[in-house]
Design a protein around this ligand. Structure first.
Ligand code: CA
Length: 439
């Protein structure tokens, strides 16, 4: 059984940090403490760090300063490396020990404030990298409102295929083209075929879209042939990020049958740089929403009572758009959607259990995408495919411009924020990327 992570002093909303700007920070107050890989200003190479307010705590420097010992020290050694794969593979206990120590170090009144302060860098002067060497990337499709909306285009009366309520649907994505927030994405070229055209042509994508997704970092993996039971799956998650699964709808429409998405998806995916831990998200766990009446129960190998009690998240997810004209006029990014991670038909534990149920092995630093997470209401649609009804109803922007799909120079920004009564709100930091013209 996967019991809930107990809340402790690291979650205390009254806890204050001596780091300027950390208290009340929208993303990184002392209650969050996400891990990432960064190069410090003038630094000699990537290393692990922890986001606190608008600063990054350099774990390599903090280790050299003797700020960690014992289990926290061993975890810090792993987290200070050039990638977080080793740290992710350690699992929950060392990660929690390090969280406890980091929280104590960064809390107001810490005896080591002066030494720790010497290990801080201004985040805006650091370069952030992918947090792990991603061995494999799998994209699921568990956002039931998105699956329903897309299915309606093809099957208005019966949008969900019969397997949807038994199988956490997914496909193997491409790890090589995953980039960290801030890296530009080039508009892909591909085979486009209008329904009435006799043959396809090879041209730049004309229906470029984003997908609002939750990313899941795999922690300790499993050996080939040894499935992860659903009740133990939570222990195999190292953390979470935002994921924009850029999608070329016209390339997709022509290529996807019979084997599914290929070049429509693998030209680029953007993720947020910080790994938000299961511990940081513990106050925002909620019961998995009950299935609509008449839906089948999951098969026993995908069902765990404790996971059903606290396996979902109350996590607000947002998509914003900034066009070149808006940037020029100083108009702030325009919100296209506000959704929530609670709209997942399957929990993360069910996704992991399903992925490994045939014996497939997962490894530390593997990345899973949730699939597009749309809300049921029109203000919460996680892709333009849904928002503009396949390009038929353009979105009007505050600049007076309109968009059916993403144009060159447009920047898409994803944000995530968890908040609640009696807890300190936390965020993920941004997942943003700008589209460059096709080569
Ligand atoms: Ca997707």
């Amino acid at each position: 059984m996967s019991e809930a992570i107990a809340l402790d002093a690291t979650h205390d909303p009254a806890r204050r940090s001596w780091v300027p700007g950390a208290d009340g920070h929208a993303d990184f107050p002392v209650q969050n403490l996400p891990f990432g890989i960064f190069t410090p200003p003038g630094g000699d190479g990537p290393r692990g760090g922890v986001a606190i307010g608008d600063s990054i705590l350099d774990l390599r420097a903090a280790l050299a300063a003797g700020l960690f010992t014992g289990a926290a020290g061993e975890a810090a050694e792993a987290a200070a490396a050039e990638t977080l794969n080793g740290f992710m593979g350690l699992g929950a206990a060392p990660r929690r020990a390090l969280r406890q120590r980091l929280s104590a170090l960064l809390t107001a009144g810490s005896a080591e404030q002066r030494r720790a302060a010497a290990c801080l860098h201004p985040a805006d002067r650091c370069i952030l990298h992918l947090p792990a060497r991603i061995g494999d990337y799998t994209d699921f499709y568990v956002g039931i409102h998105h699956a329903t909306n897309v299915g309606k285009v093809f099957r208005p009366d019966n949008p969900l295929l019969p397997n949807y309520k038994y199988v956490p649907i997914g496909y193997h994505g491409r790890a090589s083209s995953v980039r960290v927030s801030g890296a530009d994405v080039r508009r892909p070229k591909g085979q486009l075929k209008a329904p009435e055209a006799e043959a396809p042509r090879f041209a730049p994508c004309e229906r470029l879209d984003y997908e609002l997704e939750l990313g899941i970092w795999v922690g300790p993996g499993n050996a080939l042939g040894e499935p992860i039971p659903v009740g133990e799956a939570a222990a195999h998650v190292a953390g979470y990020c935002l994921l924009n699964d850029w999608s070329a709808r016209d390339i997709q429409a022509w290529e996807y049958q019979p084997l599914g998405p290929f070049l429509a998806k693998n030209f680029g995916s953007t993720i947020s740089p910080w790994v938000v831990t299961p511990e940081a998200l513990a106050p925002f766990r909620i019961p998995q929403p009950p299935r609509p009446q008449g839906d089948p129960a999951p098969l026993p190998h995908l069902l765990d009572a404790a996971d059903q009690r606290h396996g979902a998240f109350d996590l607000a997810l947002e998509v914003l758009l900034l066009t070149p004209a808006m940037r020029e006029k100083g108009i702030p990014p325009h919100r296209l959607a506000l959704s929530n991670a609670r709209h997942m038909y399957w929990t993360v534990a069910q996704m992991l259990a399903h992925h490994t149920s045939n014996g497939c092995d997962l490894h530390p630093g593997d990345l899973l995408g949730s699939g597009t997470l749309s809300a049921p209401e029109p203000s919460g649609l996680g892709s333009l495919l849904e928002l503009t009804r396949g390009g038929r109803e353009p979105v009007i922007l505050p600049s007076g411009e309109s968009r059916r799909f993403i144009e060159d120079g447009d920047e898409v920004i994803l944000r995530a924020r968890a908040a609640g009564e009696g807890v300190a709100g936390i965020g993920f930091g941004e997942c943003r990327a700008r589209i460059l013209p096709a080569a």
